[in-house]
Design a protein around this ligand. Sequence first.
Ligand SMILES: C[S@@+](CC[C@H](N)C(=O)[O-])C[C@H]1O[C@@H](n2cnc3c(N)ncnc32)[C@H](O)[C@@H]1O
Length: 193
Amino acid sequence: MVLDIFVAAGVLIMLFLLNDFIRSFPAMIAVGPIPSSKKGIDMALELAQIKKGEVFYDLGSGGGKVLIEAVKKYDCRGVGYELVYPMMLLAKLRAKLAGVGKKIEFRRKNLFSSDLENADVIYCFLTPQLMEKIGEYIKHKKLKNGTRIISYAFSMKNYDAEKKIDHTKHSWNIYLYKIQSSKIKNQNDNAKP
Ligand SMILES: C[S@@+](CC[C@H](N)C(=O)[O-])C[C@H]1O[C@@H](n2cnc3c(N)ncnc32)[C@H](O)[C@@H]1O
């Protein structure tokens, strides 16, 4: 009887993980689970100029390395959005082991459902297509004036980067955008209906 309960629970967990894996497969294929490199993370975090207590978002937080490093190094708080459940669990485990579990909230959610109003820094390592969509998405969001967006590898179409640094090892750039709410508002006002 007890064994039956364990087997049933095991099967349910497997089905849940399989279902989750299948549903998040398109995102995984499109973006891939490749993490930012250690050197790249250091460069990106320096570029973001994070201050103690600020809130750092990683949209597509994967295994959580960027958030963990940001919180450890700059004593900020972190929020991660990740579609793939096992990656989110891995990130949670890593954060706990690194002693910063209480300072990072990992949400198993689509990044396009993120509320960004508390974000001081938003980090992304996605695809050119997703970066373009993020550019559109943030036009409809309430952001703090001066929110910094760091995009690893890909630029954000229709936005002027404040700074761009060469991450030569991978011949990828890292981009810094500073979001002025008034500018976004003007873009919205000018948008065609
Ligand atoms: C290239 S990895 C980057 C991981 C981490 N940010 C880093 O730099 O090490 C991109 C991550 O975004 C996740 N992802 C892709 N589309 C997503 C979406 N719409 N919502 C949430 N996560 C998404 C993928 O599952 C993957 O883990």
